[in-house]
Design a protein around this ligand. Sequence first.
Ligand SMILES: [Fe+2]
Length: 437
Amino acid sequence: MTSTGPGTAISAGAAAQRELPHWESAPDDRPAAIREIKAALRARIEASGRSVAEVFGVIEARVRARAEEVAGDKARGGTVWPVIDYADIEAGTVPAEDLAKLRRRGCLVVRGHFGHEQALAWDQEILDYVERNRFFDTYRGPADDFFGSVGSRPEIYPIYWSPPQMQARQSDRMARVQAFLNAQWISESGGVQWFDPARDSLYPDRIRRRPEGANSGGLGPHLDPGTLDLWMTQAYQRAFRHLFDGTVEQYNPWDAAHRTAGPQYDGTTMCSAFRTFQGWTALSDMAHDQGVLHTVPIPEAMGYLMLRPLLDDVADDDMCGVTVNQVFPASASWHPLLLEALSGIPDVKAGDSVWWHCDMIHSVAPVTDQRGWGNVMYIPAAPWCPRNERYAASVREAFLTGSSPADFPPEHYERSWPDRFGVDQLNQTGRSGLGLS
Ligand SMILES: [Fe+2]
């Protein structure tokens, strides 16, 4: 007998689930906790009558088939990333094959999400906003980088409350795309609504402005939904139940069950919000070979990442390099099959937006002497749910005082800036996203 999903009565799967040890905050003795959870997860898989290697093999075969499709697309010179016109999302006329590709690849470029002129005007407006407020004179260096040189111009601006950012966050166009993306998930099951696909929580994030001529080392492949908590908290153990209870075939990366209320381990890299998709909106035109975002466009790869540490060739106190307070790495030594599929975005124009499933491996390619600017505002899809409602309370406070939001270093540049976006400029989407009405 196996668990068939939320709401199932007593079953072997559910019984085994109750027996898993769990840590609702990061364990003090990490190696001991890793040994304990790995033994328990292996035992649970084996209690279903299948071996760990067999279960991993099922996911590996699924991922390999996807990776071969990606390799085939690349060999034919095709676009790996799905591309959908904003106009089709607005009109509800997205072709079925594009929808299928979005679900298969888990990432998306929305063409013309905002008008080109609008996006370029926003870019200029952000620059005017920071210059007017003497940001470059007062910039104290990257708060989360010990080697940052004081007074240098940043690429990531710790700016959250400029009028363009808030106008984009509360715009109808943003709400429409977020609702479209949220609808790719199963938001309701077993009598529980895990999140509200029609209401976003306006997760405030920063701006990147990478200038022409920049050299950048890029960012290695990693993922952001969590670290050891993905195996160790009860909520995540339930979210990933099918990987561990012998029903691996039912693992669905689009199932939001048990993902939207549980805790997350503290850390400088944490995101308190549940995001269906991470995303950004382009504020400059960017060519595909100028240090852009890449993903492993295979949502099921998460199952591979979760099961890989349980195989025999990984030390008992090692989760393939995952620890707390650092991003979850994907590596050539443990995950070569996944990294083969790494695929960059196509050329984008200012006003296009880029989205990737929250569990997806992503990286930023290095660039030397960059052609053109590389400017984006980070705006994800973070639908209303218990977790995001909790975080929204601190977001509201940060918005009203111009502070840096709680997930970010406490730099608070905008507190004294008189022309930041004001409460009287909120529309209904803005008010509802901040939990004000
Ligand atoms: Fe990331």
